[in-house]
Design a protein around this ligand. Structure first.
Ligand SMILES: *Cc1c(COP(=O)(O)O)cnc(C)c1O
Length: 401
């Protein structure tokens, strides 16, 4: 038998991410019966916290499976045969959503850009002008595999002009930018706890507009009910009667309540600012090492991960293996067709998005590049990142360990 691989010191991957000790402690609470009044109260309280984190008065639904469930549920629940969907593609997840659209009978019109770029809202307007009869628009807010983000606020405004409903994958966007589903024209938003919120994977966090509820009810040949994919089942059970369509993932709900509370204790604005500050500092560190950022322009760089182009004379698998096995730091490779072209430095959630962890991540990156014979001046990346973090201050925060 081979020796088991030692666990990493730091999980700085692109999700699931390192979680706070407080979250682990809360997730370890005794498992309750789901109809115990204490659990019903916890579910209600957690839904309310989620509304505050989404910054919405829309209904929120917590589907009991990893965020892909929420993405599939949106397509399965909304689409009637032949519905036209404008699918915006700026990366792997955007392209992938097309499969769900086709699977559930929709027809796609694609607006695509290279996977290091972002969608231009004017092009969305042109596409909607050119294709009358589009009913839905789908877009990925933060393309985690590319480390880029799309201007969802402006895109949502264009969709509204045309009376088009929107499905927004904000799995890694929630917490990285201040959302406003009503003001941004987001009809169904899908997020996950394991990205910027720094939680554990296993749930789909959704916000649903009243127009989206109507569309779910109007699906042909009939609304999707009595299915694990049914969002309407959650409306008729939980939202209307405080009942569950099936047993929720009890421990995941403890973990979710914990991360939402931790997020709101920091405050939504400060929480988002921190992701933005750390991602900016990370980019400064990367540039100071003579490396090239993957996104075409810094304005479109995501707050959740920093994607770095693999330098010509470096083998990305070797670099990641050196970081992981010599120094105990996990980072993420390129995903799908981006494999081998980039690597990703994670800074999502309170356990990753902190100066201590960014310093360690960049220091180990520098050391590993030097180990592979790449010319770096040790300390240059860490120094530039720390210089960019002037003004950071933990004071006044509840420390949850
Ligand atoms: C993480 C993520 C998902 C969920 O996908 P998994 O591969 O199951 O983690 C969906 N969309 C985006 C943009 C994500 O970052």
């Amino acid at each position: 038998m081979t020796k088991p691989t030692p666990w990493p010191r730091l999980n700085l991957a692109a999700g699931p991410v390192q979680v706070m000790d407080q979250t682990l402690r809360d997730a370890a609470k005794p498992v309750l019966y789901h109809y115990d009044p204490a659990f019903i109260e916890l579910f209600a309280r957690t839904s309310d916290l989620l509304k505050q984190v989404f910054r919405t008065d829309y209904d929120v639904v917590i589907m009991q499976g990893e965020a892909i469930l929420g993405l599939e549920a949106a397509a399965a629940g909304l689409l009637s045969p032949g519905d036209k969907v404008l699918n915006l593609v700026s990366g792997v997840f955007g392209k992938w959503f097309e499969d769900f659209i086709h699977k559930y009978g929709g027809e796609t019109i694609e607006l695509a850009v290279p996977y290091n770029d972002a969608i231009d809202p004017d092009d969305v307007r042109k596409a909607l002008h050119a294709s009358p009869g589009v009913k839905y628009l789908s877009v990925v807010h933060s393309e985690t595999p590319s480390g880029t983000h799309n201007p969802v606020k402006e895109i949502g405004a264009v969709a509204r002009e045309f009376g088009v409903l929107t499905m927004v994958d904000t799995v890694s966007g929630l917490g990285g930018e201040l959302l406003s589903p009503e003001a941004w024209g987001i009809d169904i938003a899908i997020a996950g706890p394991q990205k910027c919120l720094g939680g554990t994977p296993g749930l789909s966090l959704m916000s649903i507009s009243s127009a989206a509820w109507e569309a779910l009810e109007a699906r042909k040949p009939e609304p999707l009910r009595a299915s694990f994919l049914s969002i309407l089942d959650w409306k008729s059970a939980w939202l209307e009667h405080k009942r569950f369509p099936y047993t929720p993932s009890i421990s995941e709900m403890y973990s979710l309540e914990s991360v939402l509370q931790q997020t709101l204790d920091i405050g939504m604005e400060r929480f988002v600012d921190r992701h933005q500050a750390i991602s900016r500092a990370c980019r400064e560190g990367v540039k100071a090492l003579g490396l090239e950022l993957w996104p075409a322009r810094e304005e479109i760089a995501a707050a959740c991960v920093t994607a770095v182009r693999v330098p010509d004379d470096i083998d990305d698998a070797k670099l990641r293996a050196t970081m992981r096995h010599r120094y105990g730091v996990t980072i993420s490779p390129g995903y799908g067709e981006l494999q081998g072209k980039l690597f990703r430095l994670g800074h999502m959630g309170p356990a990753q998005a902190h100066p201590t962890v960014l310093a360690a991540q960049l220091a180990v990156l520098e050391r590993s590049l030097a180990d592979l014979g790449y010319p770096v001046q040790l300390g240059a990346g860490v120094g530039a990142a720390m210089a960019a973090l002037e003004g950071w201050n933990d004071e006044g925060e509840k420390v949850s360990g």
